[in-house]
Design a protein around this ligand. Structure first.
Ligand code: IVH
Length: 702
């Protein structure tokens, strides 16, 4: 066998072949390690494989597959366990990175609740455990289901494994609600982690990198006996569905969980002022090293549960809680190169190619550089020694350059004037009217003429959160695109026919890496997606500023593709259509403008039409379709006395209403508080139903 080539000398074809080979090897060893608990190679050999794969991927970022083992942290592939749909979603938390963020959080809470400076709001403060969240469902006191968080909506059924934890009671006695979902964190103590790695070493198995990975690996064992041998622990700190309230406050509810037999974190306290929250943070941070488990911050939660209820949630995180994170870990390394990646929206992103270095237990070889201003501001040059930091799963960043170690003559980084794509289209920074400044991001001006952008669009279109076409991953799109087999979304749906009719030569099933079965599977997967939910479609289109979350909001608000498209096509000219979009909580000016622009571009409309000809777009379910205000357009005016404007708006939207800022013929209900002026007048003239705040609450039953 010939010697391994230097990564720097690989051609693209060689790199692609090696990525495939290494990924398969690593996956095989992951299986042996995580599922069979029988590693076949040494820890060092395994690390060497990963490092080589990382190095190749770093040099050929376009070849990185979404399912690359480098993108997965030590976890076994899912699908081993059954799926569980959570009765209530398992939320994540917003982050605060400094004292100001915490002050803002407390102020936001007060503002939303309409409280003044002098009204008291109390918060709990407790450590943020660096483990894995789990949900335990008890029915009539019996543990019937234990699940991982998964994507928050759907997790994995790991009941048998969770039952092996000493902290998790199988039965709850006493005064227990009929349905009680207890949520909390599974973690591994430092003592157990050290002991486990000792055992791994003794038996020649690879060591775990950190307690969190060890807990994850241990929890996902197919054989619960292995989980049992790992002595995992569980802190209860939250709940999902409950048939009767646990208490009036967060603190008391957690104490109630303790009384029921759960272990709760002894560090939790209740405080008032922001200053006290920050004092609690510093106190816990100081004692961090003395705790027998890993924590990565402090979580603050509004104590009163009726307040929590009113505050509700934004996207996937509650408004009533926040995680105040500890500063990230840092390391020093060499900046080998700055590469430019072209994203779906044409943004040119400089990526730092680093000499691989371990930070917080993870090998890092790439760091984000954000944009050219950032490079200039920090005066980052190729050849520099740099300090990098990473926090949790966040992409590592360069914090500073060690100027004393700069090689002589290191040139200043020059922004690219042309796109690195074959067309070499000029790049530009746009003037942002809203901020009155130049955008920080440089973009390729080629839009969909730029093959890099087109290709990225297609990858996004087929990706998991969009059309989710199995077997049509980044690599396949890359190949089909290069060959011209798929140049736009509609082509995906005509591929089978073209292949059958002999237009595709050689036919897919006769190509390297394909066979009858894999081609059939691919075509079946495509066929399966010929019918698609509205939210997925909207996300898949890749309209700027319309990501998964906004797509979901739009789908819920308009429910049908026709209704959305009509509004979107009108949005660039018709003020009312614009208002309609802006009236959706979470959809701002930027997204509204981008939607208007997208749907006023003939090229896009044609592309969308060709796609529409191929697929069926299913209506989205409206939120609370049975509510008396579902689908109605509501305007609030005047002073509201029972709730704040934000709260009223959020509530109306959660009941499926559209909230608009101005009265028009399309308005169904005007809720007018004292001091209502021109809007009330206009509503009366137009014959719009007008309600007082009390009447509104009577109507919605609150
Ligand atoms: S409360 C609705 N409390 O952090 C709020 N979460 O970054 C639910 N976590 O998914 C979370 N310690 O896995 C809460 N004391 C704590 C926590 C905690 C760790 C995890 C949890 C969550 C993640 C969000």
């Amino acid at each position: 066998m010939s010697a391994l080539k230097d990564v720097g000398d690989l051609t693209t074809d060689e790199a692609e072949a090696e990525i495939a080979r290494l990924s398969a090897e690593i996956r095989k060893h992951d299986r042996a390690y995580y599922q069979e608990d029988a590693p076949r190679i040494s820890d060092a050999a395994y690390d060497a494989l990963r490092q080589r794969l990382e190095a190749i991927e770093a040099r050929f970022p376009l070849l990185v597959r979404p399912d690359s083992p480098t993108r997965q942290v030590g976890a076994a592939p899912s699908g081993k366990f059954g799926e569980v749909r959570h009765a209530r979603p398992m939320l994540s938390l917003g982050n605060a990175f400094n004292d100001d963020d915490v002050t803002d959080f407390a102020a936001r809470v007060r503002r939303f609740l309409g409280l003044t400076e002098t009204d008291e709001v109390r918060f709990t403060a407790e450590p943020k455990i660096d483990g894995l969240s789990a949900s335990l469902r008890y029915e009539k006191g019996e543990l019937v289901l234990g699940a991982t968080r998964g994507d928050g909506e759907t997790g994995e059924n790991i009941t048998a494994n969770l039952k092996t934890l000493k902290d998790i009671p199988h039965r709850l006695d006493g005064d227990v609600p009929d349905v009680l979902e207890v949520r909390g964190e599974v973690y591994m103590s430092h003592a157990e982690f050290a002991a486990l790695n000792e055992r791994q070493r003794e038996t020649g198995k690879p060591e775990y990198k950190n307690p969190r990975n060890a807990a994850a690996g241990s929890l996902r064992q197919i054989d619960p006996a292995i989980t049992a041998s790992r002595s995992l622990k569980f802190f209860a700190y939250a709940w999902g569905e409950v048939s009767a309230p646990l208490a009036d406050t967060q603190f008391d509810a957690v104490q109630r969980l303790r009384q029921l037999g759960f272990t709760v974190n002894p560090e939790m306290i209740v405080t008032g002022e922001v200053a006290e929250l920050l004092a609690a943070y510093r106190d816990i941070e100081q004692r961090r090293a003395t705790l027998d488990y890993d924590i990565d911050g402090v979580v603050y939660k509004v104590d009163r549960l009726d307040y929590q209820e009113r505050l509700g949630q934004v996207a996937r995180a509650p408004r009533w809680a926040i995680a105040h994170k500890f500063p990230a870990e840092r390391a020093t390394t060499l900046l080998n190169n700055i590469e430019i990646q072209v994203g779906r929206t044409g943004a040119l992103t400089p990526v730092a190619k680093l000499e691989p270095v371990t930070v917080g237990g993870v090998v890092v070889s790439n760091a984000t550089l954000h944009n050219e201003d950032e490079i200039a501001r920090k005066d980052i040059r190729i050849g520099d020694t740099v300090v990098i930091q990473r926090a949790g799963d966040v992409i590592p960043q360069i914090v500073e350059v060690i100027l004393d170690l700069r090689p002589e003559g290191a040139p200043v980084f020059e922004p690219l004037e042309t796109c690195p794509c074959p067309l070499q289209t000029p790049t530009a920074r746009e003037f942002n009217e809203r901020t009155g400044k130049m955008d920080a991001v440089r973009r390729c001006t080629g839009e969909l003429a730029c093959p890099f952008q087109k290709k990225e669009h297609l990858k996004h279109f087929s990706s998991r959160k969009a059309f989710d076409i199995e077997g049509l991953g980044e690599k396949q799109i890359e190949a089909f695109f290069e060959e011209g087999l798929i140049r736009e979304p509609a082509d995906i749906f005509t591929l089978a026919k073209r292949n059958e009719s002999g237009e595709v030569q050689p036919p897919l099933q006769e190509r390297d890496g394909w066979g009858e079965t894999s081609v059939r599977n691919l075509f079946n997967a495509i066929e399966d997606r010929r019918s698609i939910g509205l939210a997925r479609l909207l996300n898949a289109l890749g309209i700027r500023h319309v990501g998964e979350g906004t797509a979901r909001l739009l789908a819920r608000a308009y429910t049908s593709w026709e209704a959305f498209k009509t509004a979107a096509m009108a949005a660039s000219e018709d003020g009312e259509a614009r208002e309609g979009l802006l009236g959706i909580d979470g959809v701002g000016e930027t997204a509204t403008d981008a939607i208007g622009r997208y749907f006023s571009e003939p090229h896009n409309l044609e592309l969308v039409q060709r796609l529409e000809d191929q697929i069926t777009i299913e209506d989205a379910e409206a939120v609370a379709a049975d509510s008396p205000v579902a689908g109605k357009t509501v305007v609030f005016t005047g002073t509201l006395e029972r709730v704040t404007r934000d709260e009223a708006k959020a509530k109306a939207q959660s009941l499926g209403a559209k909230v608009s800022g101005s009265v028009s013929a399309k308005t169904d209900i005007l809720v007018a508080g004292p001091g209502a002026g021109s809007k009330l007048k206009k509503a009366t003239e137009l014959g719009v139903q007008t309600l007082t705040e009390d009447e509104w609450f009577d109507l919605i039953g609150g």
